[in-house]
Design a protein around this ligand. Structure first.
Ligand code: NDP
Length: 454
């Protein structure tokens, strides 16, 4: 490690990936600084996974209150105190922010407050001061994008939705991805009238088609109105509400308009164009297998590279990079079989290939599905289905896709992710004894292949 520079590694962005890489590099003896324009923590801690999940928990209580009477409980009148919820959620984020700051300082990582601009291959300017580093790591994450339609300035994104001063009576959410369906569930659970507008025929493009249809059905049962194959032409501000003019000429009134139409790397103003750092057509930083950009001393990980935009992937990339730079290993994160969840209501969990992807890769596949009413709802009376699906490559008997919609789907899918990482076969799933009574046991008792459609 060279003394010619102020630092061995200067990381731009103190989110999940940047903090993990900086801390690990310091633990390996490197002199490290990380710069951050906002608070330490990044999207996941401050504007994403964590606050979102806390609001999901909060909104689920309305369902629990309804379910309780089937189990003999008398539940009195209930009401959500939204400002109190937001205040307690923010207090928890402050606590996590403190932990992240502590992780950096206790490991000897210097924090530089301000947005970093790369001046040359070894120099970063932060708040008017220049710092040199042997290696620069870009871990700036992403930011919501919205289409440039007239009136878009009236729309909020997930950033603002997490801190609304009060709950609206009605909200319209545009988009059909992770964020849109998660917030649709949050607001519906809070008693808000939710309309979701999607330009495609179904929500969650890229997920298994059965899962998409099953979730859409359950969301509709919960009162969420999904307008598919619909576009928004413009947003007009009226005295007490907003008017959305739709592609078919119809219009819609709402109190809050939220756009969840994707995110893109937050690389503007980083100075990349002057240095010739290669950028993809989609505005992401191009990297090789070792996370090196087209400039030798500059690396990038996480959402800034727009590969798999998930916190645990950014963490894995950060660790792999540090092991490569300061431990002599080749980087390499395995991007196959990454389990993920959508914290919709009910939630989804998924790992491996969708049925369509599996058919494309393997030709013929065996499909096992199971749909049932969870035991809890025999007494609660709630009309909600749980759905599970396994996709098997018949040539090797390996399970190549597992999908679930239902309570605890995320918790269940983590374990199945390990099995699939180990290459588990359907015979090994079948030989596993179930845990009874649980929903998860269904994954080891699916015996009948779904008949092939003619
Ligand atoms: P996604 O890319 O998942 O979804 C974007 C949605 O917006 C799609 O339905 C897309 O439609 C639609 N859309 C895009 N452009 C337009 C437009 N101009 N007009 C109308 N609709 C449009 O983005 P999200 O913002 O939901 O999430 C971003 C990323 O964050 C995710 O991909 C995921 O990686 C991550 N994330 C992960 C979570 C988790 O793990 N639980 C939770 C939240 C986010 P179409 O399908 O037609 O393209």
């Amino acid at each position: 490690m060279s003394k010619q520079y102020d630092y061995d590694l200067l990381t731009i962005g103190a989110g999940s990936g940047g903090v993990r890489a900086s801390r690990m590099a310091a633990q390996k003896g490197a002199r490290v600084a990380v710069c951050e324009e906002d608070r330490v923590g990044g999207t996941c801690v401050l504007r994403g996974c964590v606050p979102k999940k806390l609001l999901v928990y909060a909104s689920e209580f309305s369902g629990h209150f309804q379910d309780a009477s089937g189990f003999g409980w008398h539940v009195g009148q209930t009401a959500i105190d939204w400002p109190r919820l937001i205040a307690t959620k923010n207090k928890e984020l402050d606590r996590l922010n403190g932990i992240y700051n502590n992780i950096l300082s206790s490991n000897g990582v210097e924090t530089l407050q301000g947005r970093g601009t790369i001046i040359d291959a070894h120099t970063v300017e932060v708040a008017g001061k220049r710092y040199t580093a042997e290696k620069i790591l870009i871990a700036v994450g992403g930011w919501p994008t919205m289409p440039a339609i007239p009136g878009i300035e009236h729309a909020i994104t997930s950033n603002e939705a997490l801190d609304l001063p009060e709950l609206p009576r009605r909200i319209t959410i545009v988009g059909g991805g992770y964020i849109a369906v998660e917030f649709a569930g949050i607001f519906a659970g809070m008693g808000v009238e939710v309309t979701e507008i999607i330009r495609a025929d179904r929500i969650l493009r890229g997920f298994d088609d059965d899962l998409r249809s099953e979730l859409e059905r359950e969301m509709t049962k919960r009162g969420i109105k999904i307008l598919s194959s619909t576009t928004v032409e413009c947003i007009n501000k009226k005295a007490n509400h907003f008017e959305l003019v739709l592609g078919d000429g119809e219009s819609l009134e709402t109190d809050v308009v939220m756009y969840a139409t994707g995110r893109k790397p937050k690389i503007d103003g980083l100075g990349l164009e002057n240095l010739g750092v290669a950028i993809s057509d989609k505005g992401a930083i191009k990297v090789d297998d070792n996370y090196r950009t087209s400039v030798e001393s500059i690396y990038a990980i996480g959402d800034a590279t727009d590969r798999v935009c998930l916190t645990p992937v950014a963490l894995a990339e950060g660790m792999a990079l540090v092991n490569h730079l300061f431990g002599g290993e080749s980087a390499g994160v395995d991007y196959e079989n990454i389990p993920s969840a959508v914290f919709s209501q009910p939630p989804l969990g998924t790992v491996g290939l969708t049925e369509a992807q599996a058919r494309e890769r393997y030709g013929k596949v065996d499909v096992y599905t199971s749909g049932f009413r969870a035991m809890k709802h025999t007494l609660s009376g709630r009309d909600e289905r749980t759905f599970m699906k396994l996709i098997v490559d018949p040539k090797t008997d390996r399970v190549v896709g597992a999908h679930m919609m239902g309570p605890d789907a995320a918790e269940i899918m983590q374990g199945l992710g390990i099995a699939m990482k180990c290459g588990a076969t359907k015979a090994q799933f079948d030989a596993t004894i179930g845990i009874h009574p649980s929903a998860a046991e269904e994954f080891v008792t699916m015996r009948d292949k779904r008949p092939e459609e003619e």
